[in-house]
Ligand binder design. Structure first.
Ligand code: N01
Length: 497
């Protein structure tokens, strides 16, 4: 008999975990999903232009190659189709409970199990049962293992700007796009200029009568060399699977060999910086606008925007880049230090509450320790996966496992393999928790590696918490992370038996 496993979240991470459990013949797992379907961030972010700036053949599971990608950089719908296909193909849906939020998880020391409390309809993830909405109810169930797969960018961040609620027109966050609002012929304000804004601004500019883009800090932008995979290319990928492997490996090595050093103060920093400045010069002929869009901090400190349509949209005559500070939102629009800019619709492309890992789930480990208290100075976890005093709790895409240069799916696969490696130990020797000494050593090595990274330089970003600690990113290379997570080291853990 395998362990009972509660997986929280049915995005890339949760689905990967469930697939590997299935492949290992363990079907005693439940996947809790607060939304109405699988897909995580790719279900939530439906703004026009939403897509991935990591190539599709790398932004997918290594064990589930897909020859149907129609572009080099996939759109949101295509990624969602892929994830839905995975859920169907591996028979995960009967294990998924949709519209079901994990409210709390408390480790019961007597039983050596987690008491997982959920709220929601408990609706099955099977498509044919979607029509039937169950009643909202609270439940408590026991599990041997809890795997959190809630992601880092799942809770929208809305800024605190005076007067926001006074605005009389529609307003919404990029990750909660209101498709009932027609932007045709309207004056639109977009606040924020990160990756989400860069993707949604071009289609919005095409539809709206006028667009004001409120930029607080310019981003470094490099081109996105998108391409269509026609029938011939897809046939090659399909009939010659080796071609897909080679292509994927090539993208991976390029990201690792050329982009990673740019973030670590290595040889390619000047090359990537020049590429960004050339891109800016080529796409923005107006020197005044170019000056506004030129960052004054090192490249890579904030997430680099990878996009070829963003600058041309900003250069349109019906688009203004506003850099004056926003003072308040009024019923009519956005007021800056320069005056009022009227708007019919306001779009907040203002990012996510990225450093508040696992909020709002209440997790209580041994001796009544609350995870959010342990993390009051910033979230941290051994390998980004395990936390002392929280036996049999594992995290996917946890603290310090985000990347600025390569595919997160790679990191998730490393973490899932590691957790799968833990299962025989915890079945044999009882609940396992990482030793505080192992966590301390991990923290020290992380701090040392972080010293070389550009994220520490003088910029604010979603990688850092309010105290300026980088809680989100992995400072090493991805081959190093793969090596470190190859298999659990029993000496790093304390076992109940
Ligand atoms: O969010 P962000 P995002 N007043 O935090 C501004 C991933 N992603 O949703 O820089 C005015 O990057 C803020 O300004 P500043 C990707 O990893 C991936 O765009 O803080 N402005 C900034 O411009 C990405 O990095 C894809 O000064 C305010 C913006 O809002 C991550 O998601 C696609 C403000 C927020 O930018 C997040 O991107 C899209 C205020 N009070 C996203 N508060 C892929 O292709 C915030 N801002 C894989």
């Amino acid at each position: 008999m395998g362990p009972t496993v509660a997986i929280i979240g049915a995005g890339f991470g949760g689905l990967c975990m469930a697939i590997q459990l299935e492949r290992a013949g363990i079907d005693s797992y439940t996947l809790f999903e607060k939304g109405g379907d699988v897909g995580g961030t790719w279900r939530d972010n439906t703004y026009p232009g939403a897509g991935c700036d990591i190539p599709s053949h790398l932004y997918s599971f290594s064990f589930e190659r897909y020859s149907s990608w129609t572009r080099r950089y996939p759109g949101q719908r295509e990624i969602l189709d892929y994830l839905e296909m995975c859920a169907d193909k591996y028979g995960l849906r009967s294990h998924i409970r949709l519209h079901t939020e994990v409210v709390s998880a408390v480790f019961d020391e007597t039983l050596g199990k987690w008491r997982v409390r959920t709220a929601g309809s408990g609706e099955s993830g099977k498509r044919e049962e979607h029509e039937e909405h169950g009643k909202d109810e609270e439940r408590e169930e026991l599990f041997d293992v809890v795997v959190s797969a809630v992601g880092q960018l799942n809770r929208p961040h809305l800024p605190e700007i005076a007067g926001m609620s006074s605005f009389t027109g529609p307003s919404f966050h990029s990750a909660r796009w209101d498709h009932s609002v027609d932007l045709t012929g309207r004056r639109v304000a977009v606040i924020g200029t990160g990756s989400s804004a860069a993707q949604l601004i071009p289609p919005v500019a095409e539809t709206a009568a006028h667009l004001d883009v409120f930029q607080r800090t310019p981003n470094w932008v490099i081109p996105k060399p998108d391409a269509v995979f026609g029938r011939a290319a897809r046939a090659v990928f399909h009939y010659l699977p080796l071609s897909q492997r080679i292509y994927r490996e090539w993208i991976y090595r390029y990201a690792e060999g050329a982009l990673y050093p740019a973030l670590a103060g290595g040889w390619s920093t000047a090359v990537v910086r020049k590429r960004a400045l050339d891109h800016l010069r080529a796409q923005i002929p107006d020197p005044a606008l170019r000056a506004k869009l030129t960052p004054d901090y090192p490249i890579g400190c904030k997430r680099i925007v990878i996009d070829s349509r963003f600058y041309p949209a900003l250069a349109r005559p019906d688009v203004d880049v506003v850099t004056e500070k926003i003072v308040r939102i009024t019923p009519e629009g956005v007021e800056t230090t320069d005056g009022l800019r009227e708007a019919d619709v306001i779009i907040y492309a203002t990012g996510f509450q990225s450093t508040e890992f696992l909020v709002p789930i209440e997790i209580t480990g041994r001796q009544g320790r609350r995870l959010h208290d342990e993390w009051k100075d910033g979230a941290e976890a051994y390998l980004g996966i395990a936390v002392p005093h929280f036996p049999n709790l594992f995290m996917l895409y946890g603290p310090n496992t985000n990347l600025g240069h390569n595919s997160i799916v790679f990191m998730i696969e490393c973490q899932v393999r590691y957790i799968m490696g833990c299962l025989p130990y915890l079945m044999d020797r009882g609940p396992m928790e990482v030793r505080p000494e192992a966590m301390d050593a991990w923290r020290r090595s992380l701090d040392r590696a972080m010293d070389h990274m550009v994220w520490q330089a003088g910029c604010a970003s979603w990688y850092k918490n309010a105290a300026g600690r980088v809680t989100n990113n992995w400072p090493g290379s991805t081959p190093l992370y793969r090596r470190l997570t190859r298999a659990p080291r029993p000496a790093a853990f304390r076992f109940a038996r």
